[in-house]
Write a protein that binds this ligand. Structure first.
Ligand SMILES: Cc1cc2nc3c(=O)[nH]c(=O)nc-3n(C[C@H](O)[C@H](O)[C@H](O)COP(=O)(O)O)c2cc1C
Length: 376
């Protein structure tokens, strides 16, 4: 017995079970616009049985794109091409969600398969992809080879709140039922949270309260435009994994404050402040971030999503059955096997057969299984 395949409600949106696909950037958009690749990529996870698919980090501002291939929702023309994705996901019984992001000092980089380094003249010559100036809370670069970011002035910081809300409004028009604020992996909001990257002396820096201010203002603004019956999620790096950085104690305080502002679940990742997106000193062992989800859930009293090297159906079931998290995100395992949720159910509840598969394949597989059983 497991509750892994029991429904889970976030406000008026009910996930059919507890397995979700986390945001995974495809770096394949042009001018931030979704195309057939995005449709096929997200459709396969919905057909594979995910209860919710969170579409990749989508830029709220062109300066905030991590790479030239990031999706965007900074202008209205970017809405319509997403509608086929959200409509298809919903038709498969999968909740369409989207992550909104600003890369801050980690924007303007090459796609991972081009090396992830900051864009330079070579990118202009080889792919006609110029870089752009990056912004951050303070003039502190992400690494030795990273460009010096321009520190946002007060007006620039406050403008982000409206931009985030406008992008959320567009996400709603595109058909998403849940929106996730990306405050993890060393991108702009995480840069504001961490004392290692935020050296501001105004009301958006200094104390933990000051460093949390922008994230909380954005949460309030997004909540204000997002319908009352639909969930707002926040992704956090629960720890920087660097001495003197953002800690798990800080995250518990942040999670409580996000909850007060109407955020419905915390997606618990870690690291990324310096270097690659999730680089940190944490040992990468199976389920290495689950304890963060557990403590935040217990001490902030808010639903959590566990993520990170969750590899087997039994592991996923144990996480929800032991009350460590409410939802389990399956990332790279779903790249390996987009039918991962269906296969997990077959493994843990074989008696249910293929009843939750799309009938276009499930009908045949059920009969094939009966033939194989009768022959053995
Ligand atoms: C190809 C790829 C792209 C990713 N893009 C994002 C992203 O857009 N936003 C984000 O918060 N995390 C991103 N991540 C991190 C994943 O959401 C997830 O946290 C990570 O892969 C760990 O989970 P896993 O071990 O199940 O893959 C990405 C990961 C991969 C593999």
């Amino acid at each position: 017995m497991t509750i892994l395949f029991e429904p889970f409600a976030l406000r008026g949106v009910t996930l059919r079970h507890r397995l979700v696909v986390p945001p995974m950037c495809q770096y394949s958009a042009v001018e931030g616009i979704a195309n057939e690749w995005h449709f096929a990529n997200y459709a396969r996870f919905a057909m594979g049985g995910a209860a919710m698919v969170i579409v990749e980090a989508t830029a709220i501002d062109p300066r905030g794109r991590v790479s030239p291939g990031d999706l965007g929702l900074w202008r209205d023309e970017q809405i319509a091409p997403m509608r086929s994705i959200t409509a298809f996901l919903a038709a498969q019984g999968c909740v369409p969600a989207i992550q909104l992001n600003h890369g801050g000092r980690k924007a303007s980089c090459r796609r991972p398969w081009h090396g992830s380094a900051p864009l330079d003249d070579d990118d202009m010559q080889v792919r006609n992809e110029p870089g752009w100036p990056v912004v951050a809370p303070s003039a502190v670069p992400a690494g030795d080879k990273s460009p010096m970011p321009v520190a946002l002035d007060l007006e620039g910081v406050q403008a982000l709140v409206g931009e985030w809300a406008s992008a959320a409004r567009r996400a709603l028009q595109a058909g998403y039922e849940a929106v996730e604020i990306h405050a993890a992996h060393g991108y702009l909001l995480h840069q504001f949270l961490s004392p290692l990257s935020n050296h501001r002396t105004d009301c958006y820096g200094g104390s933990r309260e000051g460093r949390m201010r922008l994230t909380l203002e954005i949460a309030e603004a997004v909540r204000a435009v997002w319908p009352h019956d639909k969930p707002v999620l926040a992704r956090v790096s629960a720890v920087d994994g660097i001495d003197g950085g953002w800690s798990l104690d800080d995250t518990v305080v942040l999670a409580r404050a996000l909850k007060e502002r109407g955020v419905d679940a915390i997606h618990c990742s870690s690291g990324g402040l310096v270097g690659a997106a999730t680089m940190s000193r944490l040992a990468r062992t199976p389920g290495f971030q689950v304890s963060f989800a557990e403590r935040i859930r217990r001490e902030a009293g808010i639903p959590t999503i566990a993520v990170g090297l969750i590899l087997t159906p039994r592991q996923a079931a144990d996480i929800v059955d032991n009350g460590q998290a409410d939802l389990v995100a399956i990332g790279r395992e779903a790249l390996l096997d987009p039918n991962w949720p269906h296969h997990a159910r077959l493994e843990l509840q074989p008696e249910r057969g293929f009843d939750d598969w799309p009938p276009q394949s499930g009908w045949w597989l059920e009969r094939r299984a009966a033939i194989l059983r009768s022959e053995s």
